[in-house]
Design a binder for this molecule. Sequence first.
Ligand code: BES
Ligand code: MN
Ligand code: ZN
Length: 492
Amino acid sequence: MMQVKVVTENFYEITSDMLVFPVYESESITGILAELNTRLGNILQGLFESGEFRGKANETCYIGLAAGLATARLLLVGLGKAEKFTERKICEAAGTVARFIKGKKLGRVAVVLRPDTAKAARCFLEGFIIGSFDMDAYKTDRREMKVTVLELIVPPDAVDEVERGMFKGKVYGEATNFARSLSNEPGSNLTPKGMAMKARQIAAKYGLGIEVYGEEQMAEFGMGAILGVSRGSDEEAQLIVVRYEHPEARKDELLALIGKGITFDSGGLSLKTSEGMEKMKYDMSGAAAVLGAICAIAELKPSVNVVGVLACAENMPSGKALKPGDVIRAMSGRTIEVNNTDAEGRLVLADAITFARQHLGVTRIVDVATLTGAVSIAFGQVYAAVLGNDQLMIDALCRAASEAGERLWQLPLDEEYGKALESDIADCRNSGGKPAGTINGAFFLKAFAADTPWAHIDIASTGWNMENKPYICKGPTGVAVRTLSEWVLSRA
Ligand code: BES
Ligand code: MN
Ligand code: ZN
């Protein structure tokens, strides 16, 4: 466990294993930078002049013997041009620093916090913790982060503000990595029951209420949709409810965070092709994001009541599996022709949404799901899609995302899109084919949200990085943990 703290000594008096000094691109050597340059015997000026280090975004320069400073080693890291500065640059620079340090025996690291604001502190911690994560959980030789103490150096008048920001950043970083570690687990290791076990551990850790419903109870609730998806699998589906309550919360508001928890999506009888199917272990990333957000919320303690609902099942082909053309009845009473068993996410979410409305009495719903491949055609790996029936709520989610350093973009949900989901035999069908795939998925869910304010976030493409990004490496990203948490905080 890494301890984080705020210190007020002069940077040159800090006796850490490594001092990290962020520098803007071609920054003028005045003020604190002049202090550094003088103590280093003009090395900084030399680096700038020779072009060995200019402070470009994520550029690093390691100085092994920092004479003139009390620290043993110095790492300069670039923040890019001051005019183009956003907090994201701090996340990225901190991630770069984390990856530089990882695997090295450096226990105590100190950082000059620039700028010395709460937001910068939050972003540095997030970037550092998120940047420390690798997807090498099953490698025999893992590179571990050996930092035990991370100190942020700030002027005395900034301490309180920075401490708050730092704590939030630590919470968001750890909650995001927790979600990533779940998404990274192979499908055979993290089953719906495994998800329930993880949720029970979280509930015990934070003293949260938890209920777990198995297939027998789902049958009593009439949850034909999630039961249909799970029918082909040997693993029992689990509907997991985790409750965060605050004594001063409004009694007339209960927020629901609902996550798609397909622990493996083979497509069912509408089988996926083998290329890339191994990645379908991360089809529970919506549920992981909800559980991660619940952790963050339990740490930050906003005065609002929240339930996390994880709809967990496995989508497999077998002699018992749903057949294309089968008609199922969802908990709401709506009948669904399953014309494609690979559109299973919307089925499990349909029952989870009805359950949250009818049984839990929630007043607002945000669902998060790796719902459609089509969202990557629309947005690539940059934005997640948001759609819903309540514009103010969608706007609030977009603001929360931007505050959290994540990106959401709204897609439309006009009535015309319903056409593709009409069925000749039932109230609707579950797949509208290729056109407007992401919108169709949301449109299907809209009928189940009914008159409850609801928004849906599709993280199918942003949930998994195909390549290393500045501070989030290749693999599961933990996207939406911070957005959901920030949105819940904004409702307190
Ligand atoms: N889990 C997939 C969506 C997905 C695709 C997530 C790629 C991550 C990466 C979902 O269950 C699915 O299969 N959706 C279908 C829906 C279609 C049949 C209407 C899709 O996107 O092709
Ligand atoms: Mn599918
Ligand atoms: Zn799926």
